[in-house]
Write a protein of this length. Structure first.
Lengths: 272, 264
């Protein structure tokens, strides 16, 4: 009974940012659950690669080169999906850029363009995808939109504040869209990853870095992109039928803590 | 762990895992126990209190689980007594050969004005809904820490996050469960034990829900999905949280509430 509810057979999913990292892992997970996949990203080589992996799992795949900053391109992405598969059930907006832009810069050195670009790719892109997908899902009378936020949105993130602000926007957008679309039987939720490694470390130095960073997380390791796959299946499927407007924080316990450094555990006798 | 990971629906398979559901007479406890069993786990169920209706319910549930799963003796106890829980958990660990998953789902509601709530009522609501969760986590945690792996799932209510009139004791207890979850996640994270919380909204059998017809019931119209949920819609979340794939999830509360906690 529960197992069947996790099935995505005959469902069609668009995954943006599907060429690598989280997006690729979530696309493959949805495919394993039975969904056909439209892999979208800017880099053609990478989405072709994901599409081939989806086909190797025995599912249908389509790669559509898309820059989510361009709303017309996003509209064309939805059209390509409908043309190929005739339906759209799952919109997984994963595309985003976490590094560069305002990384490490002083506040007064960030230009208008850099600020707008961070909002454009991380927040506007998510809005364009949701808007275009919803037009069709509302007609279809059902659908699921899954956005990807970031743990950085829930606390201050000095290293990349524009990214944090944009991702906070994604979380707020998720809640509003959930309320706006609930009467059309479209659910909207958000996956909020903390520190998650995008792909296996290339060398020992990278592995050491990951291990060191893991010590700052309550579960004593960083997450790995594949760990988001089963959650994507859950949120995309009927197994989450009563869940909408929620943010699913996957961060190894970090946001539940933060009152003291990880590992700090006072031992104090009860007074009196 | 990048190779040979269970990435698809097989990630929700719990074959070989041993689970204990404390407070399995509640509708969500029951649904989760059945879901864990269906996913392949070996499941033992317990009462939260020795009330006759609970005893009957867990006995019936254990029989239902035994139809497709292993037959495990349902445990009758008052979980608000820490020593009783410790003895029970030790027995269950012995019977099942270990313990991988703990679900706590005691649920006792009192709808009464705060100024009229007696000491006895307050204590009862706190001990059944909160203290018994601590007792179960403590006893199961000892075993899980020893083995370096565990999944604890506490079932609370969205009333632990939001206040409701005539529900002060229940709100306090459920909020306590959420923050207990966060604290244990910090303490046991390094031992391979994750601790999370599921908070449900209005369910079909929620006390005080009233008329099922949204036209006649402004509470149901208030829920964005315009319907109460049912326990079967809560259970699959527990499967994910109990799985190997949820090892990077800890200290969180997940709401299954039809959109309740996201609107103004």
């Amino acid at each position: 009974m529960y197992r069947e509810r996790l099935e995505l057979k005959d469902r069609v999913a668009i995954v943006t940012g599907a060429g690598r990292g989280l997006g690729r892992q979530m696309a493959l997970a949805l495919a394993r659950a039975g969904a056909s996949i439209v892999a979208a990203a800017r880099s053609e080589d990478q989405i072709e690669g994901t599409a081939r992996e989806v086909e190797a799992l025995g599912r249908h795949a389509l790669a559509v080169r898309t820059d989510v900053r361009d709303s017309a391109a996003v509209d064309r992405l939805i059209e390509s999906c409908l043309q190929e598969f005739g339906r759209l059930d799952i919109m997984l907006s994963n595309a985003g850029i976490g590094d560069a832009i305002t990384q490490g810069k002083e506040l007064w050195d960030v230009s208008d363009d850099e600020w707008h670009d961070a909002l454009q790719v991380n927040l506007s892109g998510t809005f364009y995808c949701a808007r275009a997908a919803a037009r069709h899902m509302v007609q279809q009378g059902r659908g699921v939109i899954i956005n990807v936020g970031s743990g950085t949105a829930l606390r201050g993130y000095s290293a990349n504040f524009a990214y944090a602000a944009a991702k906070a926007g994604v979380i707020a957008l998720t809640k509003s869209l959930a309320i706006m679309l609930v009467r059309h039987n479209v659910r909207v939720n958000c996956i909020i990853p903390g520190f998650v490694v995008q792909s296996p470390p290339a060398d020992q130095q990278a592995a050491d870095f990951i291990r060191e960073r893991g010590s700052y997380v309550p579960v004593q390791r960083l997450g790995e992109a594949w760990e988001l796959g089963p959650l994507a299946i859950f949120l995309a499927s009927d197994a989450s039928s009563y869940i909408t407007g929620q943010g699913f924080i996957i961060d190894g316990g970090g946001l539940a803590g933060g009152y003291a450094p990880v590992g700090f555990a006072p031992e104090v006798r009860m007074a009196g | 762990m990048w190779e040979n990971v269970k990435l698809g629906p097989e990630a929700f398979d719990l074959s070989g895992k041993r689970a204990l559901v404390v407070g399995a007479a509640s509708s969500v406890g029951r649904a989760i126990a059945l879901a864990l069993s269906e996913a392949g786990a070996d499941v033992t169920v317990t009462t939260a209190t020795p009330k006759a209706s609970e005893v009957l319910a867990v006995k019936r549930l254990a029989r239902q689980i035994a139809v497709t799963g292993l037959r495990r003796e349902p445990q009758i106890l008052d979980a608000s007594l820490g020593a009783a829980v410790q003895v029970m958990v030790r027995q269950v660990v012995k019977d099942m050969g270990g313990l991988d998953i703990l679900v706590t789902a005691p649920d006792l509601f009192l709808g009464k004005a705060a100024e009229k709530t007696s000491d006895v009522e307050w204590s009862r609501i706190i001990s059944v809904n909160l203290s018994s969760v601590f007792h179960a986590c403590r006893a199961a945690g000892r075993e899980m820490i020893r083995r370096g792996w565990g999944r604890i799932i506490n079932v609370a209510s969205a009333m632990g996050e939001r206040g409701l009139a005539n529900s002060a004791a229940y709100c306090a207890a459920k909020g306590g469960v959420m923050n207990l979850t966060r604290a244990l996640a910090q303490e046991w994270g390094a031992h391979g034990v994750t601790v999370n919380c599921i908070a449900f909204g209005w369910l079909e059998d929620s006390p005080g829900l009233g008329e099922p017809d949204p036209q006649a019931n402004r509470l149901i119209r208030f829920i964005p999905m315009r319907r109460p949920g049912n326990a079967d819609e809560v259970a699959p979340l527990a499967l994910w949280l109990a799985s190997e794939a949820a090892g990077y999830v800890s200290g969180q509360t997940f709401f299954v509430d039809g959109g309740l906690t996201c609107h103004l």
